[in-house]
Design a protein around this ligand. Structure first.
Ligand code: ACO
Length: 428
């Protein structure tokens, strides 16, 4: 294929380079278009804009394909676990036995929070949302490890292995510390022999110690949710993280920005909104059909449905749908809202409104039901998404720190007032 495309504007023709990715994705390189032509491109919401070249994750939204570093998500979900997949996402290869041991050791080493970070977490106003507390906790954590966050790329990269392990480890400790503080309870001691998720579940829920019985099925369900969220290329929060990193900011600041971006209901906050929606349908005695009708009229949205990139079934939702049945059975929980979710999905997938717009369940549609069955309060669901997404954000911070040359800085089409004179207050 030709390596150039020609763009003709009026009398002038401009040659644009064609970039091709390893999966044959193609892009027009317009990076010098403005210089040549004085035109910028306009793409509200960036739906058609490639912001970078990346080696972390591949998605084919039409076919419902998701791969981390070349490995299919279903294969990883079947054979790997969250920590091994985190290593893969961050460092690009599956770890050897000694590499994963070292990674796990580092993560265990950093599980405890410094007292000043605990104080900062618990000093947040009582009604603060757990996502706000998580972002504040990350900033405080950076403050407690100043050598890890110098805003000097070379120095921050040299400490990256430690800062990555520290952040992965303490995202769960920050979440559990706040949860226990609100209940006026102590976080049980960490057990370095136990798995990442088992320790986290114990920090959250155990009455006495981490060695308390925690069924494998419960630990596995949470591990799977984290693994499925580990990365998702240039989504809203990851792009935010990369944007912050492009200015030279350290990983703690960049991830705190990612957490804030994830919070919204159209992004990570959708997992909370799904439960709200399912409860609302349940309480209204609706079988889901009334809700679907109002979504079709644009009065509401079917939360957990639709995706900017997937125009097919989100492969993560497919895996979680099956996991949901298993987890609820293992926990001995019967969930009336799971029935509603199933019915909504069935109805939506044959309704022309959803079919024509290619709206399918996304990762958030079933994850909330499992998290609720595991006992997490609804307002913590997005925090769990953030814990799962942490390796992805770290991988993208690393990619920018290693390869990024420019600060990210989009342009705009200005539509405001043209030049006008200042008027003193009496004349306005
Ligand atoms: N329910 C009903 N209608 C929908 C939905 C939905 N969930 N999603 C999109 N539509 C409709 C829109 O109204 C629009 O219809 P129109 O063409 O008649 O105006 C059409 O589908 C296209 O919608 P857009 O908003 O342009 O699609 P976009 O790609 O920008 O949005 C998004 C994607 C934000 C995920 C959207 O589908 C949505 O709001 N879904 C619900 C929230 C959700 O589940 N978010 C989680 C996403 S996954 C994640 O971040 C982890």
């Amino acid at each position: 294929m030709d390596k150039n495309a020609n763009l003709t504007i009026g009398e002038n023709t401009f040659a644009l380079n064609i970039l091709e990715g390893t999966e044959s994705e193609k892009a027009l390189d317009i990076s010098i278009l403005r210089k040549q032509s004085k035109f910028i491109t306009f793409d509200d919401g960036y739906g058609n804009t490639g912001s970078c070249e990346s080696r972390v994750t591949f998605i084919d939204g039409d076919q419902g394909i998701l791969r981390y570093r070349g490995f299919d998500i279903t294969e990883l979900a079947t054979n790997s676990n969250f920590l091994e997949t985190s290593y893969l996402v961050i460092y690009g290869e599956l770890p050897t036995a000694s590499e994963i041991d070292l990674f796990q050791e580092r993560i265990s080493k950093y599980a405890k929070l410094p007292n000043e970070v605990i104080s900062a977490i618990n000093a947040q106003p009582k009604n603060s949302h757990p996502m706000g507390v998580l972002a504040a906790g990350l900033h405080a954590l950076g403050g407690a490890y100043p050598d890890f966050c110098t805003n000097n790329r070379k120095a921050d990269l040299e400490r990256f292995d430690d800062s990555a392990a520290l952040i992965i480890s303490t995202m769960r400790t920050i979440a559990a510390t706040r949860h226990r503080f609100l209940l006026n309870e102590e976080v049980p001691d960490f057990d370095s022999e136990e798995r990442y998720c088992k320790n986290f579940l114990s920090m959250m829920f155990a009455k006495n110690s981490v060695s308390e019985e925690m069924p494998d099925s419960v630990v596995n369900a949470l591990d799977l949710i984290f693994l499925l969220h580990a990365d998702h290329e240039q989504n809203c929060s990851t792009s935010t993280c990369r944007m912050i990193a492009s200015g030279g900011a350290n990983p703690f600041a960049s991830l705190a920005g990612g957490v804030s971006a994830l919070w919204g209901p159209l992004h990570g906050g959708a997992n909370m909104a799904v439960i709200g929606m399912l409860n609302q349908i349940h309480d209204a005695g609706d079988d889901g059909s009334r809700f679907i009708e109002s979504a079709k009229l644009g009065k509401t949205r079917l939360m957990g449905f639709g995706h900017r990139v997937y125009r097919n079934y989100d492969p993560r939702a497919k895996i979680l749908k099956a996991a949901c049945d298993n987890a609820l059975e293992a926990l001995g929980v019967s969930s009336p809202i799971l029935e509603i979710a199933r019915r909504l999905e069935e109805e939506a997938l044959k309704d022309p409104y959803f079919v024509e717009r290619k709206l399918y369940p996304n990762v958030d549609f079933y994850s909330g039901i499992i998290l609720q069955a595991l006992g997490f309060p609804t307002d913590m669901f997005t925090v769990l998404f953030a814990i799962g997404r942490t390796p992805g954000w770290l991988a993208h911070w690393k990619e920018i720190a290693e390869t990024g040359k420019k600060i990210h800085r989009p342009r705009q089409i200005y539509q405001g007032s043209t030049l006008r004179p200042y008027l003193s207050v009496e004349k306005r």
